[in-house]
Design a protein around this ligand. Structure first.
Ligand code: DGY
Length: 328
């Protein structure tokens, strides 16, 4: 079985695929145009996809009728039209759990970085502008006992909430498609409506799976309802927040600050005015960028394809119902 991998992944995943006898195809360059990428996809059986540059939509599936399975090197699958994959009985694998710790670490890092104005202060030092001790300048805020609002309390949201509870004895409120009984039991988390979430969070951290209905969910009307001391954190997908509205909320004092590991589009342009603000920290989508998480992702992605190659169900599949149509 031939597997196309569009970008190098950690060796552990490559070794697993090779030992299982899969034939790996890497592209000549890792900066493919859409047409070049499509050509590789048209000449393979299965794909191990790294990144969200190209969409797996109807056009893709119609153009690549030989594709039998796709293993994503990500937990998010917003770049895949799962309905179209279902129509063709194509299983889509992803990499949950192994990156929850690393990604929630970045949410926690952004929260503290914004609360203590770390980016702004670091910039001052780099500019030779350390300055004299000033009792009133660039004061941050402490997080002890504050309220963390989690939008999307799944695996990553849980770990962020747990860190906030343990480090700062924060109160946890959340809004989610379903109640999270484990979080209610273990973290004393309280389920609230979306409106209550945005009005009562001191820190509002987004951790939901992104779907098109979420586009610009955090917009002007939401920022206006938030507490003016609140910090908005997004480590999920840039599509969740309306960037212009966020910019205005930050410059007009509707909210206190923002920490973003995701933007829309990515990469964020270097001349984006948000980067000029002193109450912002932006990171280049590094949530899962640790050796441990990336190795774990490589193992899960390879494991999904190996299982598929043996006619078995992918251990981590976002659309397992397709298997009821497979005659293996
Ligand atoms: C994920 O796994 O979804 C991360 O955002 C990296 O793409």
């Amino acid at each position: 079985m031939k597997v196309f991998i569009n970008k190098r992944i950690p060796e552990v995943g490559i070794n697993m695929l090779q030992e299982a006898g899969l034939q790996i195809v890497f592209p000549e360059s890792e900066n493919l145009t859409y047409e070049e990428w499509l050509k590789y996809c048209q000449n393979t059986d299965v794909i191990l996809n790294v990144g969200g540059d190209f969409k797996y939509d109807k056009v893709f599936f119609d153009s690549c009728p030989t594709i039998k399975a796709i293993a994503l090197y990500s937990v998010g699958f917003d770049h895949v039209d799962v309905k179209e994959a279902n129509v063709r009985n194509i299983p889509i694998g992803n990499t949950p759990d192994v990156l929850s710790r690393a990604t929630s670490d970045v949410a926690f890092l952004l929260m503290q970085s914004v609360a203590r104005r770390a980016s702004y202060n670091f910039q001052k030092v780099k500019e030779g502008n350390w300055g004299a001790f000033d009792p009133l300048h660039a004061l941050g805020q402490e997080l002890y006992g504050k309220t963390l609002g989690v939008f999307g309390l799944g695996r990553i949201g849980f770990q962020m909430a747990e860190k906030c509870k343990k480090a700062f004895d924060m109160e946890i409120i959340y809004n989610n498609r379903h109640r999270n009984e484990e979080a209610e039991r273990e973290l004393d988390a309280t389920y609230v409506t979306f409106d209550e979430l945005i009005r009562n969070s001191d820190i509002l951290s987004v951790h939901a799976n992104y779907t098109p209905e979420h586009k610009d969910l955090f917009n002007q009307s939401v920022f206006e309802k938030m507490n003016s001391d609140a910090i908005f954190i997004n480590t999920a997908r840039g599509g969740f927040h309306q960037e212009q509205d966020l910019y205005h909320a930050l410059t007009e004092g509707k909210i206190w600050g923002a920490g973003l590991d995701v933007t829309n589009p990515e990469p964020m342009s270097a001349d984006n005015p948000i980067l000029e603000l002193s109450n912002v920290c932006v990171l280049p989508h590094i949530g899962s960028a640790t050796v441990e998480a990336r190795n774990g992702m490589a193992r899960l992605a390879a494991g999904n394809l190996i299982a598929f190659s043996k006619g078995e169900v992918m251990p981590n599949c976002v659309n397992p119902d397709v298997y009821s149509h497979h005659s293996s």
